[in-house]
Design a protein around this ligand. Structure first.
Ligand code: HEM
Length: 449
């Protein structure tokens, strides 16, 4: 069978590599060996090789030049290649499901919602209020920081989107949203009891909740200041007039894209800071200095996040060094809409392309002593502007939520480290691949500082 499968994919010009078993390909090896699978294949076949993983013939690129080309050239037929289960559940108007002018329209509408001006004037006050309340009653408790950061990422977004907080709607929405996320990461088998089926059901319930919210807003005179109000606004300030279906998928996009990225980065920042007490102390000193200039009820403002020397470093600690070392995002997926030549090889139509960026994070030439948690390396600004800095993706789909994500995580850490000290209960497993997660949670004992 292995031989037969290799022959089936031995068309002239394809990139080198192996395809594994019919149907299953090399998925088991990929998931079991993790990053070593990719490293071994690269050692044998070079930085551009073929494989068959997660249900699709796939060309894997670990070549920096080629990665850049792929990310910049969506118009040449290199469109997002996320799994069908994900697109079914996230909706037809989801940003990863649309291309060309529709993508421009949806991305433009999103950028207008989360621009620096919007963050400064509207979102940060909401984030601040949310974070200070969210961490307010953790004293003397044992908490699962993984569970808490997941709730934090979701509920903070929901507050920014629809000013909904700690109500029964928020709880129901969160419950369904967690099922939706699981569904997007599962095999698309639509049978009773599968995560995929549950995810589709959760989408239906979420649609009903959002339609009711939109209907209520239309029926009342009260004015709101949140993302939903902006999306629904008919005045000239809103250049992008979206249909209700588009508004709903846009909201699901915002919730989904900022969920695992923000929650996992926050959890891992708490973990790394716990493991590096001297870095935590330095960080805390600076944050205490911000607090001392304020009354207890004063919020964190844009200016607190921007110019201060150390807060700049905080941004980097939480986002860049944590994302680099933990590799929150292993890479991004594209697919070919037609047969094309890449690096002198032929990639057939419909193949998936895995722009696998994980190994860049541990390249000792870019990051000396790459396995050390050393936030100060990011004080050298040129690291961030390098073309192989792909923590937030690159090209036409580079993350539009970068500043918002940074603002959320920074504010969370501000309130957490200025109010509390914490210790890990210890001994809990932490997985780094294929996703960063603590299968049994990450429990910490929190006490006031
Ligand atoms: C630490 C936080 C974050 C990280 C590491 C991160 C990372 C990424 C990466 C790697 C991509 C590229 C995906 C691709 O090329 O296919 C991306 C795209 C995207 N991100 Fe983020 N992200 C973060 C936070 C956020 C937040 C808070 C939002 C909220 C709105 C967001 C919204 C998006 C959207 C909508 C896209 C798709 C853009 C498009 O297709 O045009 N992200 N992000």
């Amino acid at each position: 069978l292995l031989r037969w499968n290799e022959l089936k994919f031995s068309k002239k010009g394809l990139p080198p590599g192996t395809m594994g078993w019919p149907i299953f390909g090399e998925t088991t090896e990929f998931l079991k060996q993790g990053p070593n699978f990719m490293k071994n294949q690269r050692a044998r076949y070079g930085s551009f090789f073929k494989s068959h993983i997660l249900g699709c013939p796939t060309a894997v690129s670990m070549d920096p030049e080629l990665n850049r080309y792929i990310l910049m050239n969506e118009a040449k037929g290199l469109v997002p290649g996320y799994p069908q289960s994900m697109l079914d559940i996230l909706g037809k108007c989801n940003i990863a499901a649309v291309h060309g002018s529709t993508h421009k329209q949806m991305r433009g509408a999103l950028l207008a919602l989360i621009s620096p001006t919007m963050i400064k004037q509207q979102l940060l006050p909401k984030i601040d209020e949310f974070m200070r309340n969210f961490v307010s009653d953790w004293d003397n408790k044992i908490i699962d920081i993984q569970e808490k950061t997941k709730q934090m990422a979701f509920l903070s977004s929901l507050k920014q989107i629809a000013s909904v907080e700690s109500t029964s709607i928020a709880r129901e929405f969160m419950h369904e949203f967690f099922k939706l996320v699981l569904g997007t990461l599962s095999l698309p088998i639509d049978l009773p009891g599968t995560n995929y089926r549950r995810g589709l059901k959760a989408r239906k319930i979420i649609l009903t909740i959002l339609k009711q919210l939109i209907g209520k807003r239309r029926g009342c005179q009260e004015s709101h200041k949140d993302m939903l109000a902006y999306l629904m606004s008919k005045d000239d300030n809103n250049r992008y007039k979206l249909s209700d279906a588009e508004i709903i998928d846009q909201i699901i996009t915002i919730l989904y894209s900022g969920y695992e990225t923000v929650s996992t980065t926050s959890m891992m920042a708490v973990k790394y800071l716990h493991d590096h007490p001297s870095i935590l102390e330095e960080l805390r000193k600076e944050h205490m200095a911000i607090r001392e200039k304020k009354r207890p009820e004063d919020p964190i403002e844009w200016n607190d996040l921007k110019p201060m020397k150390f807060t700049r470093a905080v941004r980097k600690i939480v986002i860049f060094e944590t994302s680099r070392l933990a590799t929150i995002v292993n890479g991004v997926l594209r697919k070919t809409t037609e047969e094309m030549e890449l690096n002198g090889f032929v990639v057939p139509k419909g193949w998936r392309i895995y722009v696998y960026t994980r190994e860049i994070n541990y390249d000792p030439f870019i990051y000396p002593d790459p396995l050390a948690f050393n936030p100060w390396r990011w004080m050298d600004k040129s690291l961030e502007s390098q073309s192989n800095f792909l923590i937030f993706g690159g090209g036409t789909r580079q993350c539009p939520g970068k500043e918002l994500g940074i603002a959320e995580i920074s504010t969370f850490l501000h309130y957490f480290i200025t109010r509390y000290r914490w210790e890990e209960i210890g001994g809990e497993k932490l997985m780094k691949f294929p996703r960063v997660e603590a299968p049994n949670g990450l429990h910490i004992r929190v006490s006031s500082y």
